[in-house]
Design a protein around this ligand. Structure first.
Ligand code: SAM
Length: 295
C-alpha cells in the first residue's frame, strides 16, 4: 500500500500518454506539463502502471493531450494490469470510431470534455472543435457501454454559467433505464488569459442543493455529488480547498514518464531509467514527498 506522510493512501494513477492534442481549448492546463521530452512507448507505460498496481493502486485514468491521438491507445489499454477501473478522458472528437475497440481492449468508462452545447461557443472554447463529432462520440461510448460517462464541464463566466441546467437535462436525456451519463462541473483553474472567466462553483452548489434529493460525499477529494431529479451532478473544486487536498489519493505520470506529485505544483521526479526493484523503491520514496498543496 502506498501511504504518504499525511496518511493519504494513493489508490489512483493518472497517466498522460501524449501532450499532442487536436484541439486548443482556451483554458487548458495541459495536466500541469509545461514542456516534455520523449513520449513514452506502450511498453514503458505498462511497466510503470504495473509497478503502481503491484503497490496497491486500484484505478487508472488515461489522459493527454488527447489520448485518442495515440494510434496504439488500444494496445496500451490491453497491456494494463487488472485495475478495478480503467478510464480515459477525451475531448470526444475521435471517439465514435474507437469506442467499441476501446471497450474490447479493457477500457471501463470515459470522461468526455463538453463545456457547452452552443455551436459558436464550442468552436471558440475548443479552438475549432466540432460539437456534432463529440456528441456522436458520446452516443458511441454509451452504446459501447463505456459507462457511466462523465461529462466534464469547466465552469466559465459568460460562456457556460447559464447553461448548467440545460447541460444537466442533456446528460439526463441518456439516462432512461439506468444512469449512464453524469455531469461533472469543474472549477476553472485560471491563468492570466482566463482569470476573467473564473466563477466559483459554490454558486452552483447552492442552486443544486435546493433541488437535490440527497448529497453524497465521495472519498476522492471529498467531492460532492448532487442527486437531483434532473440527474447526478458532481462538483470538482480544487482551488484553495484543503479538504480536496487532504483527501487526494491520486498520483500522476507525465507524458515523458516522470512522477508528478500534484497538478498544482511543478515537483517532478524522473524515473525514466528505472526498472524492477529500483523503480519500486523510488516510487515508495517519492510517495513520502507528497504533501497537500492547499492546507
Ligand atoms: N484532451 C482530453 C480531454 O479534453 O478531456 C484530456 C486532457 S484534458 C487536459 C483533461 C481534463 O482537464 C479535461 O476535462 C479538461 O476540461 C480539464 N482541464 C483542462 N484545463 C483545465 C483548467 N484550466 N481548469 C480546470 N480543468 C481543466
Amino acid at each position: 500500500m502506498l501511504r504518504d506522510l499525511y496518511g493519504r493512501v494513493v489508490t489512483n494513477l493518472r497517466i498522460t500518454v501524449t501532450q499532442r492534442c487536436n484541439l486548443n481549448c482556451i483554458y487548458c492546463h495541459r495536466e500541469g506539463e509545461k514542456d516534455f521530452e520523449k513520449e513514452m512507448d506502450a511498453e514503458r507505460i505498462a511497466e510503470i502502471a504495473n509497478a503502481f498496481y503491484r503497490l496497491g493502486v486500484k484505478k487508472l485514468k488515461i489522459t493527454g493531450g488527447e489520448p485518442l491521438l495515440r494510434e496504439d491507445i488500444c494496445d496500451i489499454i490491453a497491456m494494463m494490469p487488472d485495475f478495478d477501473e480503467i478510464s480515459l478522458t477525451t475531448n470526444g472528437m475521435l471517439l465514435s470510431d474507437k469506442a467499441e475497440e476501446l471497450e474490447e481492449s479493457g477500457l471501463d468508462r470515459v470522461n468526455i470534455s463538453l463545456d457547452t452545447l452552443n455551436y459558436e461557443k464550442f468552436k471558440y472554447v475548443t479552438g475549432g472543435g466540432n460539437l456534432d463529432s463529440v456528441i456522436e462520440g458520446l452516443i458511441s461510448a454509451i452504446n459501447a457501454k463505456l459507462t457511466p460517462v462523465k461529462l466534464n464541464m469547466v465552469l466559465m463566466k459568460g460562456i457556460n454559467d447559464e447553461e448548467i441546467f440545460e447541460m444537466l437535462k442533456f446528460a439526463n436525456s441518456f439516462n432512461k433505464e439506468s444512469t449512464r451519463v453524469i455531469l461533472q462541473l469543474i472549477e476553472l483553474i485560471p491563468n492570466s488569459n482566463t482569470k476573467d472567466l473564473y466563477i466559483s462553483p459554490e454558486f452552483f452548489e447552492k442552486q443544486l442543493s435546493t433541488i437535490s434529493r440527497a448529497i453524497k460525499i465521495r472519498d476522492m477529494h471529498r467531492r460532492k455529488q448532487f442527486l437531483t431529479p434532473l440527474g447526478i451532478v458532481e462538483i470538482v473544486k480544487p482551488l484553495d480547498n484543503s479538504d480536496f487536498c487532504r483527501h487526494c489519493n491520486r498520483i500522476r505520470i507525465t507524458s515523458d514518464g516522470k512522477i508528478k506529485l500534484c497538478l498544482m505544483s511543478d515537483e517532478k521526479v524522473d524515473i525514466s531509467n528505472l526498472h524492477g526493484e529500483k523503480l519500486k523503491d523510488t516510487i515508495l520514496k517519492v510517495i513520502k514527498l507528497r504533501r497537500p498543496f492547499f492546507t
